[in-house]
Ligand binder design. Sequence first.
Ligand code: NIG
Ligand code: FE
Length: 423
Amino acid sequence: METSASTYTLLGPFSQILTMAELPESGAIADEELKVLEDAGVLISNGEIIRVDDYIKLTQEAEQYDYAVEVIEEPLVLMPGLIDAHTHICFAGSRANDYAMRVAGKSYLDIAKSGGGILDSVRKTREATVIELVELLKQRCDRHLQEGVTTCEVKSGYGLSVDEEIKMLEAIQLVNKHHAIDLIPTCLAAHMRPPEFTDSKAYLQTVLNELLPTLKEQNLANRVDIFVEDTAFTEDDSAEYLLAAKKMGFDITVHADQFSTGGSKVAAAVGAVSADHLEASEEPEIELLRTAGVVATVLPGASLGLGMHYAPARKMLDGGLCLAIATDWNPGSAPMGDLLLQAALLGASEKLTTAETLAGITTRAARALNLTDRGQLAAGYNADMIAFPTQDYKEILYFQGKLRPSKIWKSGKPVINGDLNDQ
Ligand code: NIG
Ligand code: FE
């Protein structure tokens, strides 16, 4: 049996440790508020951070208490693993055709109305077996983890029937069991009204009666999402559905204000954890979200994929919101799925501080998912960590996604250890 001392591992020295700890939970953040430790180390036990401190101090203790020491030979900046709080990466097929039509001038909503768009991915995802979905999802998780994402939310929503939604959530559960990345599943059965139903209310009622209880029983998801928009679900139907789901114990999140406002009103009224998209939001919507304490998750990848403006992230922070930044990685509006690159571009356009952008993909993204055990490097947090080959944390955003993590640890275990920047 191992002695208790040998279960402690000291990692270091790092040129800098960017802890993302002790930051305000919402509103603007100045870079001076970042807690950055120079020549520091991190002490880990059982996948958890015990302490982040001066490396020399920790090495002296290491001798005394016989910690295992993993010496870092090259200059690296360590920060928390990235958290992508909004994706749709469980899908089959490609929508390159939609993309070509959009860049040639057709709108996303027009393509959806003519039977393409989300319903096209529904057809292809329904045709796929669980095994095929698992393989496709696993490949996307491999890429995300390699790019520094250690926790990733994944929505269903391309099944749109009780059985097909369960199939998607089972695929997500299977990958979660076997992949180093942590997946946070969300039920988005209310993505669109499926072709089999003529009445949206009747569909939502079926989801409430027949799908959500099974998800609870089988532990397939504890979050519920809906797309509030003219082409999807009305404000009233959405509010009624979400309140019923909340009563069943689900956390609530909303696809809100992507093309027209209304969704953030629903999110605030039902006490959602987060409202996501928000490209159409203005001051009144920001105020609604602030008063209700709803996290604003903005999705620059959808703006890039659709060739439209970003959500007003600067105004949201100045208006006191907790701002998370996620990829929305999906086959239609956001095919790129590169969290660091997209956050850097959003930050440059919206004039976000380095602290605000990095908080949006770490500690504030954890809040968007109601997770209190990750997103910071501090005692008691998961040792989900990524290290960049630089001595200055400011270079992480400066290179706009081209500087990649060269070491990645999930719950203290190394998962990627190589120089991706040389490839
Ligand atoms: O978040 N807006 C609704 N749903 C997704 C797009 C899904 C798709 O186009 O397949 C989104 O952008
Ligand atoms: Fe989305």
